[in-house]
Design a protein around this ligand. Structure first.
Ligand code: PXG
Length: 288
């Protein structure tokens, strides 16, 4: 069935939802976006996603002509109009139409696009058995090249690492920063468990401030699990008791092998499984 897409001021049919070939979102990857889950008709952590979008836009000097409240309402309207119970929202703000030059300030009207659709998930089996990952040779962008906290339309840094993962026969890759510390995965944040403590790199290490990451840290602390944000090395990942990733699409997923090294006993560990279950209950409203 054709979708209803939000384009700037209201809903249009999918066939009418078009952007110009002169949009700097296309020409330069100039814009920002969010990927948001819908669980049981409820848009998950909408306020946090809207805040991150506005922060990303602020950093790249992209004005958003709607208020946070108007944009939140537009997301809700788009989800309802498409009858999405469990699905996924892609909220995109492009720089808009400009010339064939870099100058972003000639683009007078940004494009605000909201797509609400179903989501392609990892198979359940991958959560049971755990996932394998590799270390990417491609490093995450230097903070003075481009801040990794900005969720921009230019994902080529992460796509280069994703290609390395796929070439080596696994779905995800761990990315390190210019100092050699763990930054994040190509579309997920990284956590380890060591002697019962949960450790994750601080966002300054070059990762996106993941919304799922924030929720998992909060839920873990509520369970009485100690969570520490600290720099992690490749060595730490090799010798940890448990390794897991968090993200909007993956939620919480256990990693059982990295670069040919088995993690723990080769199955998702007890803390990972507990946090996955707690997150599931929280997101789908079965507890908390
Ligand atoms: N790091 C990067 C680089 C991401 O793109 C995350 C971490 C996790 O952040 P959230 O806020 O989602 O917990 C992301 C988010 C996909 C997909 O289809 C990827 C993301 C979000 C939605 C869909 O692969 N990445």
């Amino acid at each position: 069935m054709a979708l209803k897409i939000w384009m700037n001021t209201g809903l249009v049919d999918e066939a009418e939802a078009r952007v110009s070939v002169f949009d700097h979102g296309l020409l330069y990857g100039d814009g920002v976006f969010e990927g948001i889950r819908v669980y049981h008709e409820k848009v998950f952590e909408l306020a946090a996603h809207i805040k991150r979008l506005f922060d990303s836009a602020h950093v790249i000097r992209l004005p958003i002509v709607m208020s946070r409240e108007e944009l939140s309402n537009a997301v809700e309207t788009t989800v309802k109009a498409n009858g999405i119970r469990d699905g996924y929202v892609r909220l995109v703000v492009t720089r808009g139409v400009g010339t064939l030059g870099l100058n972003p300030f000639v683009c007078k009207n940004s494009n605000i696009i909201i797509i609400a659709d179903t989501i392609q998930l990892y198979p359940e089996e991958l959560y049971e058995k755990g996932m394998k990952v590799v270390s990417a040779t491609t490093i995450r962008t230097h903070p003075l090249a481009f801040p990794a906290q900005v969720k921009s339309l230019n994902y080529l840094n992460n796509i280069m690492a994703k290609i390395e993962a796929l070439d080596r026969g696994v779905p995800e890759a761990i990315m390190y920063n210019h100092e050699g510390y763990v930054a994040e995965a190509t579309g997920d944040n990284v956590f380890i468990v060591q002697n019962g403590t949960v450790l994750t790199p601080p966002v300054e290490s070059g990762g996106l401030g993941g919304i799922t990451r924030g929720v998992v840290i909060r839920l873990a602390r509520q369970l009485g699990i100690e969570v520490v944000e600290k720099n992690l090395t490749r060595y730490d990942l090799y010798v940890c008791d448990e390794l897991f990733l968090t993200g909007t699409a993956a939620e919480v997923i256990g990693i059982v092998e990295i670069d040919g090294r088995r993690i723990g006993d080769g199955k998702p560990g007890p803390t990972t499984r507990r946090l996955r279950e707690t997150f599931d209950n929280y997101a789908r409203g079965k507890g908390q």
